[in-house]
Write a protein that binds this ligand. Structure first.
Ligand SMILES: O=P(O)(O)OC[C@H]1O[C@](O)(CO)[C@@H](O)[C@@H]1O
Length: 366
C-alpha cells in the first residue's frame, strides 16, 4: 500500500487473513499451552472499541467449544467495579484475564491488566505492538498478526483479531479433546476455504455499494439490527460508520427494535438487517413485512447468507462462508460502506480530526 488508507486496509484483509492462518502457530500455541498447564474455568476478555466488539465474539466461541465461563468487560469497569470470583467458586489460578489492544496503548486496558496481575490471576495480552505498554503488565504476550495500521481507524485489525479468537477456541478444544482430530480439521478446512475466497466476498460488497451508493450517502440516521453471534457485528458496524461518516446509528438486537425504538422510525430512518443463519433468521421476513405494511421507510438493506435476493438494495453473499466465521463476513459491508462513503464526500479517514486531542491511548514515553 503506497499511502495507508482505510479502503486499502479493507482490501488487504483477505491477504492478511490467509497469512495469519498460515502462521497461526505463533498465536495459537501460547494459548493452547496455557490451557494445558492450567485448569482454566473462567475467562475475562477486556478491550475497548473494536477490541471490545471482538471480545464479544471471543466469548461466544470460547463458550461454544471449551468448558469455560467467559465474560466480556469494559476495561474501566473491570478495574473499578468487577468483583472477580465474587462467589469464590474458582481458585485464582483457574481464572484467566485476556486484554486485547491492537495498539497496546489503550490506557484503560493497560490499567485493567495491571489490576488482574496484581491480584494474582493469569494474564494474557493480545496485541500487535509487542513492546507496548500492555506487554509490561501481563504474564504472556500473544502476537496479533494484523500488521500495524497506520491510520486511526481499525479494520484489518478487527478481522484478524476475530480470526485469532476463533482459532484459539477451536485449537484449545482440540488440545483438550473437546473436538476430535477430524472435527478440528473440518473446522480448519472450512476456515481456509472461506479465507481463500475472502477477496471475492469483498468484491461482492463493493458491487452492492456501487448499486446503492447515492442512497447510502444520503443517510442521516440509522440502525443496524442483528441477533445471536452478530450483535457484536452490529456494534462494530455502528462504530465504523460513526467514527468515519459521522452520522448517528445504533445497534439493536433484532427483537429489541420493536420494544420502543420503532416508534421513532420515519421515512428518513435507514435500517440495515444482518440476516445471518441463526435461530432468529425466520423472523427477518416478519420484520420486513411489518416495515412494508406500516410504510415505515423505504431505506431498508438486508445482508443474507442463504437467500438469492431480488432487491438490488440487498446483498447476498455467494462466496463460501464458514458458519462459525460469519462475523468476519458480515462486518465487511459496514467497513467498506463507511470507507467508500467518506471517499465520496471527501472526508479523509486516514488522519485524526483536526484540533482534537485524544487521551484514550498512552505512548511508552508519556
Ligand atoms: O485495540 P486498541 O488499540 O486498544 O484500540 C481500541 C479502540 O481505541 C481506538 O483506537 C480509539 O481510541 C479505536 O479505534 C479502537 O477501537
Amino acid at each position: 500500500m503506497e499511502k495507508p488508507t482505510m479502503v486499502g486496509y479493507i482490501l488487504d484483509q483477505g491477504r492478511a487473513l490467509r497469512q495469519s492462518f498460515a502462521q497461526r502457530a505463533c498465536f495459537v500455541n501460547p494459548m493452547v499451552e496455557l490451557f494445558q498447564q492450567h485448569d482454566i474455568r473462567k475467562i475475562y476478555f477486556l478491550g475497548s472499541g473494536t477490541s471490545y466488539h471482538a471480545s464479544l465474539s471471543f466469548k461466544n466461541w470460547f463458550e461454544q467449544f471449551i468448558p469455560v465461563e467467559a465474560d466480556v468487560v469494559i476495561p474501566t469497569v473491570f478495574t473499578h467495579y468487577t468483583q472477580i470470583n465474587n462467589n469464590q467458586i474458582y481458585k485464582p489460578e483457574q481464572i484467566l484475564v485476556v486484554g486485547i489492544s491492537q495498539s497496546g496503548t489503550s490506557v484503560s486496558t493497560v490499567e485493567a491488566m495491571r489490576k488482574a496481575k496484581s491480584e494474582g490471576y493469569l494474564t494474557v495480552a493480545l496485541t500487535e505492538a509487542l513492546s507496548s505498554l500492555i506487554t509490561r503488565e501481563v504474564d504472556v504476550v500473544v502476537p496479533l498478526t494484523c500488521g500495524k495500521e497506520e491510520i486511526p481507524i481499525e479494520t484489518r485489525g478487527y478481522i484478524i483479531t476475530l480470526l485469532t479468537g476463533y482459532l484459539w477456541a477451536v485449537e484449545i478444544a482440540g488440545a483438550l479433546g473437546r473436538l476430535n482430530s477430524i472435527q478440528l480439521q473440518q473446522k480448519l478446512d472450512d476456515a481456509q476455504t472461506m479465507l481463500a475466497h475472502f477477496d471475492e466476498l469483498t468484491a461482492e460488497v463493493q458491487l452492492w455499494i456501487d448499486r446503492n451508493q447515492p442512497e447510502l450517502l444520503n443517510m442521516e440516521r440509522g440502525h443496524i439490527a442483528a441477533y445471536g453471534t452478530h450483535y457484536p457485528t452490529a456494534l462494530e458496524g455502528v462504530l465504523k460508520m460513526y467514527e468515519t461518516f459521522h452520522k448517528p446509528l445504533s445497534a439493536y438486537e433484532l427483537e429489541e427494535l420493536i420494544h420502543g425504538p420503532q416508534m421513532a422510525f420515519d421515512a428518513k430512518t435507514y435500517l440495515y438487517f444482518i440476516a445471518s443463519n441463526e435461530f432468529e433468521r425466520s423472523r427477518i421476513p416478519l420484520f420486513l413485512d411489518w416495515i412494508k405494511e406500516n410504510e415505515v421507510t423505504e431505506h431498508v438493506f438486508v445482508f443474507y447468507h442463504d437467500q438469492q435476493t431480488t432487491s438490488p438494495k440487498d446483498l447476498h453473499f455467494h462466496s463460501p462462508i464458514a458458519q462459525d466465521l460469519s462475523p468476519l463476513a458480515f462486518v465487511v459491508p459496514f467497513q467498506l460502506m463507511a470507507a467508500r462513503n467518506c471517499e465520496a464526500i471527501g472526508y479523509d479517514t486516514s488522519v485524526y480530526p483536526p484540533k482534537r486531542r485524544a487521551f484514550a491511548h498512552k505512548k511508552m514515553e508519556e
